[in-house]
Design a protein around this ligand. Structure first.
Ligand code: PLP
Length: 413
């Protein structure tokens, strides 16, 4: 009897007979149902920032569940946890004290929220022609309606017919191409530019400070909203609360999810600058943002976020990321002399990619590393292997992980 569980992003004809069932986690490790211990080199899908099995989160959620599991927040309803977490995130984000936060259930929700709000902002301010959204080659912005159209990893777009025609693509690394795309489209028609400060699923690609600075400036010149998709980079992965702070992006919106709870419960959101919020929040406004989810501001998910943020703060985990940035880059760079290593992508926080000579080799290494006790993942075109460990990874664990990569390269290439 095969499973009834339809896995995301999976070839079910194979996976139905080869599930890897995980039953326990602690720190940087998880265990399968037959007792195999695996090092989580990816922090799940880039989310387990505080690592697995932190009891304080469980206790905070349990306490909230006992009091009020949740109550919806449509209209005027609120709960203390939702209010607290929004206030706290505004305090951490580089958008000033008058920013606001729209809470949703995950990263794809956050992307759809930001895309709709970008267009709604311009209709609300009398410029409805500004509705084109520009996103980048190799981008991944989740897999809801807008996210599918905003992402340019071809496999994720195929088979759905025409996607939103007002979403167009620009280079992820060459700012002059972005300038051209803006000019050819007509900047007066463009609402927003969506940008992962470091492309994650598309291959752990850092476009460089110059690209980010120039594109940010182009957006400012043309009144195009700059949306930083920080679903991966938010909550410490680059050593600051948000990559927007580290790279001085001054975003109009930040999308977040994953690290806000380290994955203990589903939560995402958008931090919204005062400028974008004003048409909706200003006294006398008659414009509601007709958008939201049943679980926007879910009290127990917000309790998980508060406990997670406590751990990130109290355990000095952002500093830990900063401390590990260089050693991780050096350790990964030591693989570079292998003939099948094409490129090492590293050097910004705990985001890395080991690029090997072919997607086939990437697939073989992914499987071989699992045998050796390391969970990694093929990203980009399949030839890059993801390295994005939990912030609680020890020095010894890091050295062991990189040793396994070396052994795997020697074994399968
Ligand atoms: N945006 C980015 C940059 C992501 O990496 C992801 C998920 O990996 C998403 C959006 C979508 O998040 P979710 O899977 O929580 O819907």
């Amino acid at each position: 009897m095969t499973t009834k569980f339809w896995h995301p992003q999976a070839l079910m004809s194979t996976v139905k007979n080869s599930e890897i069932v995980l039953v326990r986690g602690e720190g940087s490790h998880v265990w399968t149902d037959n007792g195999t211990k695996l090092f989580d080199a990816t922090a799940g899908l880039w989310y387990a920032n505080i690592g697995h099995g932190q009891r304080a989160v469980t206790e905070a959620v349990s306490k909230q569940m006992d009091e009020l599991e949740t109550f919806h927040t449509f209209g005027a309803f609120a709960n203390p946890m939702a209010k607290d977490v929004c206030e706290r995130i505004v305090g951490l984000a580089p958008m000033g004290p008058d920013a606001s936060v729209f809470l949703v259930s995950g990263g794809s929700d956050a992307i759809d929220t930001a895309a709709k709000l970008a267009r709604r902002y311009f209709t609300a301010t009398g410029r409805p022609e500004k509705r084109v959204i520009v996103s980048r080659e190799n981008a991944y912005h989740g897999l809801h309606g807008f996210g599918t159209a905003l992402g340019w990893m071809e496999g994720n777009r195929a088979g759905y017919g025409d996607l939103d025609p007002d979403i167009i693509r620009a280079s992820a690394t060459d700012w002059s191409d972005v300038e051209k795309v803006f000019a050819n489209t007509g900047p007066e028609l463009i609402a927003a530019f969506f940008c992962e400060p470091i492309i994650g699923a598309g291959g752990a690609i850092f476009p460089g400070q110059e690209y980010l600075t120039k594109v940010r400036e182009l957006c400012r010149q043309h009144d195009i909203l700059f949306v930083a998709d920080e679903v991966i980079t938010g909550f410490g992965r680059t050593g600051t609360w948000f990559a927007s702070e580290r790279f001085n992006l001054d975003p109009d919106m930040i999308t977040f999810a994953k690290g806000v709870t380290s994955g203990y419960l589903p939560l995402g959101g958008v931090v919204i600058s005062p400028k974008v919020g004003a048409p909706f929040w200003d006294d006398g406004s008659e414009i509601p943002f007709k958008h939201g989810m049943t679980y926007s501001g879910h009290a127990s998910c917000c309790a998980a976020a508060m406990a997670n943020l406590d751990i990130l703060e109290n355990d000095g985990l952002l500093q830990r990321v900063t401390d590990l940035e260089k050693p991780l880059a050096e350790a990964l760079n030591s693989l570079d002399d292998h003939p099948d290593v094409v490129q090492i992508r590293s050097g910004v926080g705990l985001i890395g990619g080991v690029v090997v000579s072919s997607p086939q080799l990437g697939a073989r290494m992914e499987a071989d590393l699992l045998e050796r006790g390391v969970i990694t993942r093929k990203i980009g075109d399949g030839s890059a292997l993801q390295v994005s460990p939990p912030f609680v990874m020890t020095d010894d664990e890091m050295a062991w992980m990189v040793d396994q990569f070396r052994a795997s390269l020697n074994a399968v290439s």
